[in-house]
Design a protein around this ligand. Structure first.
Ligand code: ADP
Ligand code: MG
Length: 140
C-alpha cells in the first residue's frame, strides 16, 4: 500500500447542518490526514466543470444546482490507500445501500444530498486536487 492523496468535499447538505467537525472526525479516525482544507461557495460554472465527467447523466443538472445551494468544504486527504479508504469511510452513493457506520449511512439525506464527495481513482484524484488546490496550499 502506498501513501496517496485524494480529494474530499463536504457537500452543502452537511455544511448546512453544521456537520463539518463530525465528518472530519470520521476521516481522522480512519487515519486520513486533512493536509489542505478550505470552505468555498462554488459558482454554477465551477460545479459544472468539476462534475464534467457526469455531464451526460440525467442527474447532472440537479447535482450541479444542489452543489451551489450553500458552502462546501474542499479538502485533500492523505494516508495509506487514501482513495479507497475514503470511499470506504464515505459509504455507497445511495445512503439506503451504505454500510453501517459510514458517513453517508449516518448523515446523508438522499442519493443526491449525500454529504460527501471522494475521488474514485488515482487519475481523478490528481485532477480533482489540482482543480481546487495549488501545491503550496497542501501541507503534509
Ligand atoms: P459518488 O459520489 O459515490 O462517486 P457518482 O460519482 O456516481 O457517485 O455521482 C456523483 C454524485 O452525483 C453523487 O455523489 C450524488 O450526489 C449524485 N448522484 C449520483 N447518482 C444519482 C442519482 N441517481 N440521482 C441523483 N443524484 C445522483
Ligand atoms: Mg464519483
Amino acid at each position: 500500500m502506498a501513501i496517496e492523496r485524494t480529494l474530499s468535499i463536504i457537500k452543502p447538505d452537511a455544511t448546512r447542518r453544521n456537520l463539518t467537525g463530525q465528518i472530519n472526525a470520521r476521516l481522522e479516525e480512519a487515519e486520513l490526514r486533512i493536509v489542505a482544507q478550505k470552505r468555498v461557495r462554488l459558482t454554477l460554472d465551477q460545479a459544472q466543470a468539476f462534475y464534467d465527467v457526469h455531464k451526460e447523466r440525467a442527474f447532472f443538472e440537479d447535482l450541479c444546482n444542489f452543489m451551489i445551494t450553500g458552502p462546501v468544504v474542499v479538502q485533500v486527504l492523505e494516508g495509506e490507500d487514501a482513495i479507497a479508504k475514503n470511499r470506504e469511510v464515505m459509504g455507497a452513493t445511495n445512503p439506503a445501500n451504505a454500510d453501517e457506520g459510514t458517513i453517508r449511512k449516518d448523515f446523508a439525506e438522499s442519493i443526491e444530498a449525500n454529504s460527501v464527495h471522494g475521488s474514485d481513482a488515482t487519475e481523478t484524484a490528481v485532477r480533482e486536487i489540482s482543480f481546487f488546490f495549488s501545491e503550496l496550499e497542501i501541507v503534509g
